[in-house]
Design a protein around this ligand. Structure first.
Ligand code: XIL
Length: 410
């Protein structure tokens, strides 16, 4: 079905096969990236390199992967992915520092329970070490990930040390509810001091549209922005496409996203869509109506990003379906990414959703909003201030308009 449909569509839209997502994104001034689980598979690497101008480690840069002991760091997994991106002039995201999940064994559980002060010292050592290691290679960092509870009941309070819904061990160790959640501010302040040339991001999910959780997230980033500690917001966008658009988990309403993007942009923040995937039910197999809806979903999301000048990045959480986290995390769901598991000429085959994204990238409006506003150089560094209020110097690179980043010698 797809193979009959696609060539006709391409001819109508005047899109040539040579126009990869990367080349279209470049002409629109945005970064289209993917989370990489590794860079050791030729088909995977070729697809990444041909289609994407951005990259992020899916797991290799998380606390549990990188800080293997209280004084031990292991960088090889993340280095391979970061260096792959740097060598190809990609926009590199760092993911992530302070999160309640995927913590190292020495930190998690009830054995390691330092004082509030020692926790801050450890957090600082962790952030300083990792940021120094990647200085000059990373464009934007997720400093705090998912500090608001899943059920929208408010902040993760740290009533325990597990990674259950309302918990965060970081919140627990720093007695967050009694200290105005200063672990969040502190993490950002340590990061700003460790590397004032990189964009600092607060990243979360289920806060893309308007609602209770998105209000909490808005308040967090508004507070951080006031203190000069944050440059952007990461909206994960793990979406669900099904018969209904309502529901608690992954539901999203496009018009609400437009409003939320507007209020976030009005704070002076840039917006990155950091972990886009759109899962569908795979058993029973999706019918053509569902696949068409998913295609429309991807197209709409890219259109919303293009219509908002502050939205600079559209990263999918993986390259192709077989490597996606969705089937493992949401039983019975999958097929959430842009490429399937078959390949031709050394690259994975594009799915219908790919052409949805491609269509959005070539369109000039969505719902009457112009989306062709962005063919300007990325000015993302020009309004950033350090903790003393000094204007931060622009980075000497822009991966889109200059071919190679300058990497500071170590
Ligand atoms: C997921 C990875 O994709 C999985 O491989 C891993 O087992 C669990 O974490 N929000 C995030 C990401 O910020 O880091 C998560 O990644 C998905 C949800």
């Amino acid at each position: 079905m797809r193979f009959l449909f696609v060539p006709a569509l391409l001819i109508c839209a005047g899109i040539s096969h040579a126009q990869t997502l990367k080349s279209l994104a470049q002409s629109r001034g945005i970064y289209v990236g993917a989370a990489a689980s590794g860079v050791t598979n030729a088909t995977y690497d070729t697809t990444l390199n041909r289609e994407f101008n951005g990259i992020v480690c899916e797991n290799a840069m998380k606390f549990g992967s990188i800080m293997t002991g209280e004084n031990a760091f292991s960088y090889s997994g993340a280095d391979a992915i970061v260096n792959f991106g740097v060598a190809r002039g990609m926009y590199v995201r760092g993911h992530n520092f302070i999160w309640h999940k995927q913590m190292p064994g020495w930190f998690s559980g009830t054995t390691y329970v330092p004082s509030r002060d020692s926790t801050f010292r450890m957090m600082k050592k962790y952030i300083n070490n990792v940021m120094a290691h990647y200085r000059g290679k990373i464009n934007e960092w997720d400093i705090v990930n998912e500090a608001v509870a899943r059920d929208s009941s408010g902040m993760r309070l740290g009533s325990g040390y597990s990674d259950a819904s309302q918990n965060s061990k970081w919140a627990a160790l720093t007695d967050a509810p009694n200290h105005n959640f200063d672990y969040i501010d502190s993490a950002f302040a340590y990061a700003r001091r460790a590397d004032s040339n990189v964009l600092l991001i607060y990243n979360d999910y289920d806060c893309e549209g308007m609602g209770k959780k998105s209000n909490y997230v808005y308040n967090i980033v508004a507070g951080l922005k006031n203190k000069g500690l944050v440059d952007g917001i990461g909206l994960q966008c793990h979406f669900y496409v099904g018969p209904s658009t309502s529901g608690s988990n992954g539901a999203w309403v496009p018009a609400e996203m437009v409003s939320n993007f507007q209020r976030l942009a009005a704070l002076g923040l840039r917006i990155s869509l950091t972990e886009v995937d759109m899962r569908i039910q795979t058993n029973p197999a999706p019918d053509s109506a569902l696949l068409a809806k998913q295609r429309e979903g991807y197209k709409t999301l890219m259109g919303i990003c293009l219509a908002q000048p502050a939205c600079k990045a559209f990263f999918t959480w993986g390259v192709n379906d077989s490597q996606s986290w969705i089937p493992g995390a949401f039983s019975g769901y999958g097929q959430a990414l842009l490429f399937d598991n078959t390949s031709a000429n050394g690259v994975y085959n594009r799915k219908a959703v790919y052409y949805g994204v491609q269509e959005a990238l070539t369109a000039t409006s969505i719902w009457g909003h112009k989306t062709n506003l962005k063919i300007i150089a990325d000015d993302h560094q020009s309004h950033r201030f350090d903790l003393r209020g000094r204007l931060v110097t622009a980075l000497p690179y822009n991966p889109i308009f200059v071919t190679k980043k300058t990497v500071n010698p170590k």
